[in-house]
Design a protein around this ligand. Sequence first.
Ligand SMILES: C[S@@+](CC[C@H](N)C(=O)[O-])C[C@H]1O[C@@H](n2cnc3c(N)ncnc32)[C@H](O)[C@@H]1O
Length: 246
Amino acid sequence: MNRLGLTMGQEAYEHALRTNDTQEFDLLDKKWIQLSGVLGGDYNYATGLFASSLPYDGVQSMLEMGCGCGVASVVAALAGVPRVTALDINPAAVRTTQLNAERHGVADRVTALVSDLFSAVDEDATYDLIFWNSPFIQVPPDRTLDSDLAYHFFDPGYAMHERFCREARRRLTPAGRLFLGFSFAMGSSDRLRQVVSEAGFGGVRVHVQESFSVTPEELGSSPVYGEHADDDARVRIDFTLLELTR
Ligand SMILES: C[S@@+](CC[C@H](N)C(=O)[O-])C[C@H]1O[C@@H](n2cnc3c(N)ncnc32)[C@H](O)[C@@H]1O
């Protein structure tokens, strides 16, 4: 497990539990709604980066796993993808996605459903593009996810990543592509590579990456932040859109 990710994830989760009211937020030159019980507003940098970097050209069907506020689904529909399926285990996320699809005039192209991974879609449904900005903070396998918001951040043992990769592989069209929103600084890259390989993919390739660095003090008071500082006393954080290769 990644101690930096665990510490950052736990602090962000506790903050989110305290401050999670319904709100509007701005992203990619648009206004979005975020219902209570969903995340987006405060944590939307990676959301915007990934949603604006996915290859939508020629895509006829896209599945966004864990849609949250539905930003990538709406951006895909606005880019011309005719059939977008947006899934989330969190009912408030699904409702938020429906509201954002209506607000941006693409409700006829975006179908949002409550789903534990692929459970709500047809057994034989396949997609040209599958994307999950995943909860990449690995926690111990026996940790219970005790709120809908916990699913935003954490995956016990990466068991959900394991199930997702295995099932996503058979749900891609012949030329279909699979992308994961990830962070090498906060996620568990060795465990991810293991999961990806066991699911039958060739590996992972960086499609887009943005990095920045901050002082340990800017992250918080935990000594873990200082332990991860480089020679310049800064902690490097990345947001990375990975493509899983065949
Ligand atoms: C990091 S958040 C990303 C949210 C949004 N797509 C974004 O980019 O802002 C991960 C999302 O995956 C959802 N999720 C976690 N486990 C899930 C599961 N087993 N099935 C479906 N969705 C899940 C969470 O509820 C959350 O909305």
